[in-house]
Ligand binder design. Structure first.
Ligand code: PMP
Length: 304
């Protein structure tokens, strides 16, 4: 089974993994009332660094604001907790998971429960499998739609949102695909179960807008920035489903998925069926941030 790391930060204290527990009647367990982040640290020539830690934590506070949750720690305090968990577990290339949630304190939907916060970290390789970054994955369009904008806010990274993600990801895997792509309630393209989507046409990148019920990912923003800097045009726009079948290249991106090529959608081959030149260039620029080949002009690498 899982080989868990030893230490977790919970409500201001470093605890043993097995002692970092929650009551079964905690509000979040029943109603999905948690907000969280997924962050990666990388081993760089200058030591371990947490990628865009501050930007991720800022998003955590925005998610909490939407749900009226007062986290009670400052961004700096949580950043320090993130660093402490990486250090104390002796990690370098890791995945960090800060989570804040309505804890035990009432059973009504609008109960004023205390907010608990924890930060875990563990070693993690490529999310969609070791082959995925190199050879790409086979994706399918999900039979499950993303939630509509006036139902659950896609811009908050909240626990409950991931019921949608689980339906999409589990259906895809059950049918033998590497990942599922969801349509928005408008019928237009949205995003992957836990990844944003980029399509390439004539050397330009096209990506779906916030209005397509996506989480506006930090990796998405990173790729937009790196691409524009490199002279690659980036267009945020509505995209109909059939553009998936017509694109020269498609890639998915996210903290976990990093920059993953898609080689087929619904059994139709994309481009040559291998990662295309724009995808390769973005991988080079993105992973170059961590081995020093891409200059970090934005202060994205935050030392542990
Ligand atoms: N969309 C969804 C639904 C996600 O869960 C994620 C992963 N956090 C992303 C997009 C990508 O976001 P990021 O690049 O900030 O990890």
């Amino acid at each position: 089974s899982q080989n868990y790391p030893e230490w977790i930060w919970q409500n201001g204290q470093i605890k043993h993994w097995r002692e970092a527990t929650v009551h079964v009647m905690a509000h979040a367990l029943h109603y999905g009332s948690s907000v969280f982040e997924g962050i990666r640290s990388y081993e760089t020539p200058d030591g371990a660094a947490i990628f865009r830690l501050t930007d991720h934590l800022k998003r955590l506070y925005l998610s909490a604001k939407i749900y009226d949750m007062d986290i009670g720690y400052s961004v700096d305090e949580l950043a320090e907790a993130c660093r402490a968990v990486v250090k104390k577990n002796g990690l370098k290339a890791a995945y960090l998971r800060p989570v804040s949630f309505r804890d035990l304190g009432g059973f009504g939907l609008s109960a004023e429960c205390p907010i608990s916060t924890a930060v875990a970290a563990w070693q993690m390789g490529p999310y969609l499998g070791p082959e995925a970054l190199e050879n790409g994955i086979d994706a399918c369009v999900s039979s499950w739609q993303r939630f509509a904008p006036n139902t659950i806010p896609a811009g908050a990274k909240a626990g409950g949102n991931y019921l949608s993600g689980q339906l999409i990801a589990r259906e895809a895997r059950r049918l033998g695909f590497g990942e599922g792509i969801a349509l928005a309630s408008t019928g237009l393209l949205s995003e992957g179960a836990g990844e944003n989507l980029f399509l390439v046409f004539d050397g330009a990148l096209h990506t779906t807008p916030a209005s397509a019920s996506i989480l506006t990912g930090i990796t998405r923003h990173t790729l937009i920035t790196l691409a524009r800097e490199d002279g690659i045009e980036v267009i945020e726009r509505d995209l109909p489903r059939e553009y998936l079948y017509l694109a020269d290249e498609i890639l998915m991106c996210g903290t976990a998925a990093e920059v993953t090529p898609i080689r087929s959608v619904d059994g139709k081959k994309i481009g040559s069926g291998k990662a295309g030149p724009v995808t390769r260039r973005l991988q080079e620029l993105f992973f170059g941030l961590f081995d020093g080949k891409t200059a970090d002009r934005w202060g994205w690498l935050e030392p542990v």
